[in-house]
Design a binder for this molecule. Structure first.
Ligand SMILES: [Mg+2]
Length: 349
């Protein structure tokens, strides 16, 4: 879990900024015809074409968004790309380019930056995205990484948050809560390690949770799956802050309410068993945990038969009138008003 401190390190100062840029970008290949010029000039050149362009940015800061004592740099690079691609997919788009800017303190040698970019490169190759630019600079403390993703969507095909309609079904891809629990497991092991560095953690029961936290995958496949089913979402968002917060975004912007059913929420068996162990409520974890990077979307009720029983999707509720508010129907058939709790509020607890 911790960095190996004994291997030989190359200082960044020795290499210089342009040396560093050349070094870390030399293995990146261009995969999209819209990328006319990638890294290496004053600016990248992209072909505009007939489609519409999507642009999204996220900034990740050490100590705020990640902890390097259990987040390997390769995973950090991969995840920093994923959180941005997820936003492009949440618009029903295809991601084609990214820019990556980093600020690092001199405590990081070249080998650390290579690890970070190995993760970025793996993400680019896996998701067919081109690295086209960015900036590298120094920071006084820690590491900052900012990724911008650029994508395309056919005219009229972008799916927004403000277009959900009363009676629409609410659907989520995959399962919820695992990434948050993965973080709880890693935090616990970090505390154990502090007390007894010789303690070898046994993480066999948490493999899925840890993978969801350290190596999330953006749902590039959902657009294609829905096209095969001949379903077009009426609204869509990615689950980055927790189901509750994302439902608030859709309902507030669409001026509607919603009703979701506790018994319909999709959980992996490891989420259920780990919630029992940590004495956490799995529904609360799904609502407030976040970082699942699944897609939450609404579809017309007429599409019920097309979605029903599909292993990739769970119908968790439906859209109601605005004056109905946001309601959770519990397993005991009680209605509870949802609160817009994100990941941070659960952390403070
Ligand atoms: Mg988002």
């Amino acid at each position: 879990m911790l960095e190996d401190k004994n291997t030989q390190k190359t200082s960044l100062a020795e290499l210089g900024e342009f040396g560093l840029i050349n070094h870390i970008t030399k293995y990146f290949k261009v995969a999209n015809s819209s990328t006319i010029k990638a890294v290496g000039d004053d600016a990248a050149v992209l072909d505009a074409s007939e489609q519409q362009t999507l642009v999204t940015t996220d900034l990740l800061i050490e100590g705020v968004h990640f902890d390097l004592s259990y987040m390997p740099l390769k995973h950090l690079g991969y995840k920093a790309v994923m959180v941005n691609l997820s936003d492009v997919y949440a618009m029903n788009g295809v991601a084609e380019q990214i820019t990556v800017s980093i600020a690092v303190s001199n405590r990081f040698p070249l080998e650390a930056i290579e690890e970070l970019y190995a993760g970025i490169q793996l993400a680019c190759e896996t998701y067919n995205v081109d690295l086209i630019g960015g900036d590298t600079t120094s920071s006084t403390k820690g590491i900052l990484i900012s990724v911008t993703a650029i994508g395309k969507v056919d005219k009229g095909e972008a799916v927004y948050r403000n277009t959900a309609k009363e009676t629409d079904l609410i659907v989520v891809s995959g399962d919820l809560g695992a990434a948050y629990l993965g973080l709880q497991v890693l935090e616990r092991e970090k505390q154990v390690f502090k007390v007894d560095p010789n303690n070898q953690p046994d993480l066999d029961n948490y493999t899925y949770l840890i993978e969801r936290q350290l190596k999330p995958e953006a749902r590039k496949d959902v657009a294609g799956l829905l096209k095969e089913l001949d379903v077009k979402p009426t609204s869509m968002i990615d689950v980055s802050d927790g189901l509750s917060s994302e439902l608030f975004h859709i309902c507030t912007q669409s001026k509607v309410g919603c009703k979701i059913y506790e018994e319909k929420l999709p959980f992996d068996p490891q989420v259920i068993s780990t919630c029992e162990e940590f004495e956490l409520d799995s529904t609360m974890v799904a609502l407030s945990g976040g970082e699942d990077y699944e897609l939450l979307f609404t579809v017309p009720i007429a599409d019920f038969d097309k979605i029903k029983g599909n292993p990739h999707f769970s119908i968790i509720g439906h859209i109601t009138a605005e004056n109905q508010g946001l309601q959770l129907v519990t397993r005991a058939n009680q209605e509870i008003e949802l609160k817009a709790q994100g990941w941070n509020s659960l952390q403070k607890d």
